[in-house]
Design a protein around this ligand. Structure first.
Ligand code: NAD
Length: 456
């Protein structure tokens, strides 16, 4: 690929941005410049970094409507969710502005001497980001990286280039030259980035993430990879079905199901009839269509290829014995619209219950008891988030203990985790430690041990 072309999924004739990709030589040059800027940034008092991040937070807040509108236009994110994403970015920046003041180590008694640790920035952090959270993901990686004294180079998804470049305008106005740079491009630009930074944080698909982790390991640098998901929601017979069905409808179909944390598998314990009926009702009520409309919950998917993958998945599921129990029709003059679909009657080994399809589609499976539900929830290569709906706290806690996922939600949707909680998955969903919250400090810094005296 020599040029980045980012088009609007609801109106593909609308070219949001078109530009040349960043060549590997330019990536290396940006890294060299970042390395120089980082030394001074790391040596600055924490208050300097906190003030810069707080200034960026305010600037993002001041431009919230424009940023949200850009996310709607570039990736088809429904307007209400896009506004929420900008608010999350502001909150993250404010949170990490304060983290700059946190203690950076521990002290140890060593008899006559003293030992202490001090966390130090890695250096230049390379961030490789997907298109589905075009503002929040670049921010949730770069805010802690900067707070702890690193420089930042971001390789955004080609499909979210305009959002990343707009963020760069805002960030660079508050930061020293060369400390924060966005490098538009695709695989070659990303590979060049991994070849020259001191740590790499990646979010995207499993296939690409594994390659990034291997390349980073080859260079001996730390890598953190957040990858796909196939998140399950278990609904027990004592659950509040009204609440569960609303949550599932939004978590499976909101933003056309294009979240790593989207509910992809609904597992009903006992009789699934009432849940199927409630879910069909809620899916039928979702606002569908132009994502700029405030009431719309399900807009387009990102590309024609993504739309075809959803259509193919429905065909294949039918061939495997599945039946459509809920669906909707999304109309648009042009654009990559596809109706939300719930498919029942598939076995745990059906393709749709094993492989992530990034679109508004989920399965509904009936199992006899909680053991079978957990076996199915855990029985995939993914392990991002599992939700459990029940009125019994003991059952919820026991189930949470047995979920093989990085995150567990009780009586709450799989999608959406508070910005100050550690975020990440197990198995093929995550590699290399958690993001967000205080966990981010562990990735963006390394620990130096200092011992004073004694030791004879
Ligand atoms: P993707 O893997 O296609 O691309 C992710 C990023 O990697 C992009 O910037 C891309 O240009 C870059 N890239 C591609 N090839 C590369 C290479 N060889 N070397 C370095 N970089 C390279 O993913 P996507 O389609 O943008 O995003 C969708 C996927 O992301 C889904 O699988 C979804 O589940 C996942 N995702 C996961 C999380 C999470 O936190 N677990 C969050 C959001 C999205």
């Amino acid at each position: 690929m020599t040029r980045v072309v980012s088009t609007s999924p609801q109106r593909p004739s609308d070219v949001v941005v078109e530009m040349p990709v960043t060549k590997p030589a330019a990536v290396l040059a940006a890294a060299a410049q970042a390395r120089v800027a980082q030394r001074e940034w790391a040596a600055a008092a924490p208050g300097v970094r906190a003030t810069a991040l707080a200034g960026i937070a305010q600037a993002v807040a001041d431009n919230a409507a424009e940023l949200a509108a850009l996310a709607v236009r570039e990736v088809g994110k429904p307007a209400t969710e896009a506004a929420g994403e900008v608010a999350r970015a502001v909150a993250l920046l404010r949170y990490y502005a304060q983290q700059a003041f946190d203690p950076i180590g521990e002290t140890y008694a060593t008899g006559a001497g003293l030992g202490f640790t001090a966390r130090r920035p890695r250096g230049v952090a390379g961030l490789i980001t997907p298109w589905n959270f075009p503002l929040a993901i670049p921010v949730w990686k770069s805010a802690p990286a900067l707070a702890y004294g690193n420089a930042v180079l971001i390789k955004p998804s080609p499909d979210a280039t305009a959002c990343a470049l707009r963020l760069a305008e805002i960030f660079t106005a508050h930061l020293p030259e060369g400390l924060f740079t966005v490098l538009p491009g695709a695989a070659d630009t990303g590979a060049a980035l991994v070849s020259c930074v001191d740590a790499v944080s990646f979010t995207g698909s499993g296939a690409v993430g594994r390659g990034v982790a291997v390349a980073a390991a080859g260079r001996g640098i730390p890598a953190q990879c957040e990858m796909g998901g196939l998140s399950a929601t278990i609904v027990l017979p004592d659950a509040d079905l009204g609440r569960a069905s609303v949550d599932i409808a939004y978590a499976a179909m909101g933003f056309a199901g294009q979240k790593c944390t989207a509910t992809k598998r609904v597992i009903a314990v006992g009789d699934s009839g009432p849940l199927a009926e409630a879910l069909a009702g809620k899916v039928g009520e979702l606002g569908l269509g132009d994502p700029a409309e405030p009431k719309v919950v399900v807009g387009p998917v990102i590309s024609d290829a993504a739309r075809d993958r959803v259509a193919d998945a429905v065909t294949r599921a039918r061939a495997e014995g599945g039946r459509v129990v809920a669906s909707g029709t999304v109309a648009g003059d042009e654009g990559w619209f596809v109706g939300p679909t719930v498919i029942a009657g598939l076995g745990p080994d059906a393709v749709l219950n094993r492989e992530e399809v990034f679109g508004p589609i989920c399965t509904l499976t009936t199992v006899p008891d909680l053991d079978a539900a957990l076996a199915m929830a855990n029985g995939t290569d993914y392990g991002l988030v599992t939700s459990v709906y029940t009125a019994d706290l003991d059952v919820a806690l026991a189930a949470a203990d047995r979920c093989e996922s990085g995150m567990v939600k009780v009586n709450a949707p799989t999608a959406g985790v508070d910005f100050h909680l550690p975020f990440g998955g197990e198995k093929d969903s995550g590699y290399g430690g958690r993001e967000q919250g205080k966990a981010a400090a562990l990735f963006y810094t390394s620990s130096r041990t200092v011992q004073i005296g004694a030791n004879r």
